[in-house]
Design a protein around this ligand. Structure first.
Ligand SMILES: [Zn+2]
Length: 137
């Protein structure tokens, strides 16, 4: 397990996240992930997440999406960098936090390149199975 350090573009918001990129990351073909170019690393335990600076500058999407799913996305209100997603989905094991890989600051390029990516088929509410096409994600 590694403690990663993340931050937004302007540096106002900082966080720490305990995880392991080598255990896998996720991208997805749903409408939201396509617009946001989303790439996440789910933390093995939500307790391994800490905001270390700038909590007062955080902004969030609504707590539930249009389908009533309990999931929201957090970003810096100054620079707009997306930072992490938090939710509670029983089919995904309950409460979870997934940090945006793009917000991690101290990861060598080689580790990013080597991180396995699961391309989820979220466009069909089928996250557990691979997206049929991934080249555009
Ligand atoms: Zn910022």
């Amino acid at each position: 397990m590694t403690t990663y350090h993340g931050a937004c573009f302007c540096g106002s918001v900082r966080f720490e996240a305990e995880g392991d990129l080598a255990q896998g990351t996720m991208r997805c073909n749903c409408r939201f992930c396509r617009k946001m170019r989303y790439w996440e690393m789910r933390l093995p335990d939500p307790a391994g997440f800490r905001i270390t600076h700038g909590a007062e500058l955080l902004a969030e999407t609504p707590r539930h999406d249009e389908d009533g799913v309990d999931m929201h996305h957090t970003f810096c209100s100054r620079c707009g960098t997306r930072l992490w997603t938090e939710g509670n989905i029983p089919e995904m094991g309950g409460h979870f936090i997934a940090v945006c890989v793009s917000a991690l600051e101290d990861v060598p390029e080689a580790e990013l390149i080597a991180a396995p990516v699961h391309y989820a088929d979220g466009a069909h509410d089928n996250w557990w199975n691979p997206a049929p096409e991934t080249r555009h994600l």
